[in-house]
Design a protein around this ligand. Structure first.
Ligand code: KG4
Ligand code: ZN
Length: 341
């Protein structure tokens, strides 16, 4: 079986074709970063309009790259939420309409399910059950994953998402949007230990996160210590270390609580090299294993939507003829795939 996947939830248009026997046949990605750069963040209306321009040409390119015609496609998956409502509606309109025109089933995919299943696109796939740490620009979630669609959210951020905290702190350091990868680069020149920021909510029991205070710590330090390049790098490093330590402490706690031995880390911030290294060390010390998607599938992409869509296509979880998007969509509302196979 073969599926076309469409991702338009934020500022990336991602299109992919996935075959359940042959794997990923093609994937196309168009990033709107340059479009939003002048504004220091994503402008929702501009994002929607750019998805309108890019989605159909990219579908054509992905179909050509995979050497597919519409007759080779068994279903069309699109991200239905959570995300920016206008951006989501573009993907939903195109995906649902194309499925109607081609007489194929349409599948509404949850963006975070896409992220947490992204490591399944790699050779070394995690077996169920596993613990998933989802760290993106919009969400920070600790999830117990018993199977596809069987999710229990154990913890989440009570304020800023991890990626959002990276982006806001990067802005304070004068870096362009999206600041996460730029802040991480800047931190490479930082002197360890010159500044130490708090590890929020690690002294209290529980698995929720809070990252907005870290941004305030960085702002106060910039105000007091000045903004020369070395100080900036030292602050960037202290900030990054605080985020990574905090998520590592929470992962250790969640692994102990659930008895899990496998950890999946996904979402944009999982591309962070230091985060990967620290969590790899943690899992080694605990005798467990950590799984990541390849870097290009950590951030938003169509491949993860095609993969998640394929699992639901096989289970017969189709979208009716209505076109809709869910800007907010709790992960726990999803239904089990295994139960309908
Ligand atoms: O998953 P994603 O592409 O979009 C959402 O669904 O939100 O995540 C984007 C987020 C941005 O906040 C970006 O700054 C962050 O991931 N990010 C990083 C790195 N690469 C991307 N943060 C820290 N270090 C990185 N290397
Ligand atoms: Zn995402």
């Amino acid at each position: 079986m073969r599926i076309l996947g469409i991702e338009t939830s934020c500022d990336e248009t991602g299109i992919a074709i996935y075959d359940d026997q042959l794997g990923l046949l093609s994937h196309q990605l168009y990033s709107q970063v340059a479009l939003h750069a002048d504004y220091g963040g994503v402008v929702p209306e501009l994002a929607s309009r750019d998805h309108v321009r890019k989605t159909i040409p990219l579908i054509k390119e992905a179909m050509a790259e995979a050497n597919c015609s519409k007759d080779d496609i068994d279903g069309i998956a699109f991200t239905a939420g959570p995300g920016l409502v206008g951006a989501l509606l573009v993907g939903a309109c195109i995906g649902r309409s194309l499925a109607l025109a081609w007489d194929k089933p349409a599948i509404a995919v949850h963006h975070m399910e896409g992220h947490l299943l992204a490591p399944m696109l790699e050779e070394n796939q995690p077996e169920f059950p596993f613990l998933a740490l989802l760290v993106s620009g919009g969400h920070t979630l600790m999830v117990q994953v018993d199977d596809i669609g069987e999710y229990k959210v154990l913890g989440e951020s009570i304020d800023d998402a991890a990626g959002e905290a990276f982006d806001k702190t990067a802005k304070l350091l004068g870096l362009d949007y999206p600041g996460g990868p730029r802040l991480s680069k800047m931190a490479e020149d930082g002197v360890p230990g010159r500044f130490v920021f708090p590890r929020p909510m690690t002294n209290k029991p529980g698995l929720d996160f809070s990252f907005s205070g870290l941004k305030t710590s960085a702002a106060i330090t910039i105000q007091q210590e000045g903004n020369d390049p070395q100080t900036q790098a030292d602050i960037a490093l202290a900030f990054q270390d605080a985020v990574i330590d905090t998520v590592a402490i929470k992962c250790k706690r969640a692994l102990k609580q659930t008895g899990m031995k496998r950890l999946v880390v996904a979402g944009g911030v999982s591309a962070n090299k230091s985060l990967r290294e620290q969590l790899a060390r943690l899992m080694k010390s605990l005798g467990g294993e950590v799984f990541y998607p390849r870097n290009e599938f950590c951030t938003d992409n169509g491949a993860m939507i095609a993969y998640a869509g394929m699992q639901r296509l096989k289970a017969g979880h189709f979208q009716d003829l209505s076109i809709g998007a869910k800007p907010r969509w709790p992960l726990e509302e999803l239904v089990s795939v295994k139960a309908s196979l």
